[in-house]
Write a protein that binds this ligand. Structure first.
Ligand SMILES: [Zn+2]
Length: 494
């Protein structure tokens, strides 16, 4: 009886407390939720056969590790954001747009709140998405579109109450600018169209003066865990092209996937937890940055003879992944967790003039075509036929590209559909009105390399017509737009 009475009293108190409280009519505090999932996007072994027939990439003969679309969905109770990183060399704008339409239907998340990017692994052989009609890759394109959308739906299905934090780690020892000024003793540098250039990309290891640009050593990341502390996902971004050192003929997601696995281990994610922990590493701004350790002759002399390590296949990629994961873990220990943050997104379509060849390039290309001259340089990236194609009136005069900014609490994200030079990412980080900023490149499409106008003047592989597709000052317009969009997110009522 006594117990019964106590219950009644407790019940009455509860009711009174609710109805009597000043904020009784206020809406419930929104719950922040996060969900993650991976979706297998590995192409079949051998699907690159017609690429081989065309004399480009050799056919894949083995799958070392599966390629995934790694998906994270965040939900602030009002807005959602889906972040997807695919283990692919490039992201097709068409595939990204089609996947977003399915995602809108299945999850209600609008396209402007979905980022779909590629890591830039160079060993996704067979996973080509821009093949000519009638080729088997077209089947892959359909599969990829659906598998990306599946991944986002699965991540949305896994949404659970969560807390979130973000941080910035640094790993400066694994990023090297690959464009160099050379000593005069190396002689003139001939570009793709026999012009003389000031810098060389991947110039070997001796006779080097100084790199033509900076690197971004930061690993910007966000972390989500359940309210009980179970790790749900890490989403990181580092400005490193890829690592490589993969066995010939193998499909592999490179260091990006190895980082994803290692960071889960370091955070103590249970291999059998349900749903599984998802690690994600996006490509930051790495258009001119690779993992090949190069130094000027002076620096080499200072360092003295170094032991030359010979790596087994995958060993170097594991080494880089482990280093990055260790640096992220260090910062992770100091994170400040938030029970709730607001999400907001902005998207614009920018129209760029497409790249036009110079008069000198056209004259050179016509002379090569007419067999009046034999080209001295034998670039397969920007040939005389590339120059003539870009000079053709049949080429569309403009290229539309989708750019996005997102705000996750006080973390900003910029998504760009290019292989963006490091200095552009650094400028964005400096100018962003929301700090810190995470850059994601090869996002929502890939429209070639994006150098600055200054880097265009220096020349080098990434500045050649064909691998670079848009007007020479496109980076200026891109950065200004993104900073403006971040400003809008900053001033929006929160
Ligand atoms: Zn590249």
């Amino acid at each position: 009886m006594r117990t019964h009475l106590q219950l009644i009293v407790a019940y009455l108190f509860f009711v009174c407390a609710s109805s009597g409280s000043a904020d009784a009519a206020a809406p419930e505090k929104p719950v922040f939720r996060a969900g993650a999932a991976t979706s297998n996007i590995t192409p079949s072994i051998g699907t690159a056969s017609s690429a081989k027939a065309r004399g480009s990439k050799p056919q894949a003969t083995h799958v070392h590790d599966e390629l995934q679309a790694r998906c994270l969905v965040l939900d602030d109770g009002r807005a959602k954001l889906a972040l997807v990183v695919c283990d692919l060399r490039h992201m097709s704008a068409e595939v990204a747009a089609a996947a977003k339409e399915i995602i809108r239907e299945t999850t209600g998340i609008p396209p402007k709140c979905v980022v779909i990017s590629a890591t830039h692994t160079h060993t996704s052989s067979g996973a080509r998405v821009e093949a000519a009609e009638g080729e088997p890759y077209l089947d892959y394109k359909t599969l990829l579109t659906r598998r990306i959308a599946d991944g986002v739906l699965r991540a949305a299905n896994n949404l659970e109450p969560a807390r979130i934090a973000w941080g910035v780690a640094e790993e400066p020892t694994q990023v090297f600018n690959r464009r160099w000024f050379l000593k005069a003793s190396r002689g003139p540098i001939y570009g793709a169209h026999d012009n003389i250039e000031q810098v060389d990309t991947n110039p070997g290891y001796s006779g080097l003066l100084n790199p033509a640009g900076p690197v971004d050593p930061q690993i910007t990341f966000l972390s989500v865990q359940s309210t009980a502390g179970k790790p749900i996902a890490i989403f990181a971004s580092y400005g490193l092209h890829y690592v490589g050192g993969i066995a010939p003929g193998a499909i592999s997601a490179d260091y990006f996937a190895m980082f994803a696995e290692r960071i889960g281990e370091l955070l103590g994610a249970d291999l059998h937890q349900d749903p599984p922990f998802v690690g994600i590493m996006a490509n930051g701004t790495s258009g001119d940055v690779n993992n090949l350790e190069r130094y000027s002759d002076e620096e080499l002399a200072k360092r003295g003879p170094q032991p030359k390590k010979r790596y087994l296949p995958y060993e170097k990629a594991h080494e880089v992944a482990d280093l990055c994961a260790a640096k992220v873990l260090e910062v992770h220990k100091t994170l400040q967790w938030h029970d709730h943050v607001k999400l907001s997104s902005a998207q614009r379509t920018l129209t760029f003039e497409r790249r036009y060849p110079t008069k000198a390039e056209v004259e050179w290309a016509e002379a090569v075509k007419a067999k009046k001259i034999k080209p001295m340089s034998t670039s397969r990236y920007s040939t005389y036929s590339t120059v003539l194609a870009y000079n053709s009136p049949e080429m569309p005069p403009t290229i539309d590209v989708v750019v996005q900014t997102h705000r996750i609490g006080d973390l900003a994200v910029a998504a760009m559909p290019f292989e963006v030079f490091a200095e552009i990412g650094l400028e964005l980080k400096r100018r962003s009105p929301i700090q810190p900023l995470m850059n994601i490149s090869i996002a929502n499409g890939s429209h070639g390399y994006l150098p600055t106008p200054e880097q265009h003047r220096l020349g080098g592989y990434e500045t050649w017509i064909g691998v670079n597709k848009v007007q020479l000052d496109a980076s200026v317009k891109l950065v200004d737009s993104l900073v403006e969009m971040l400003g809008e997110l900053k001033t929006q009522s929160r």
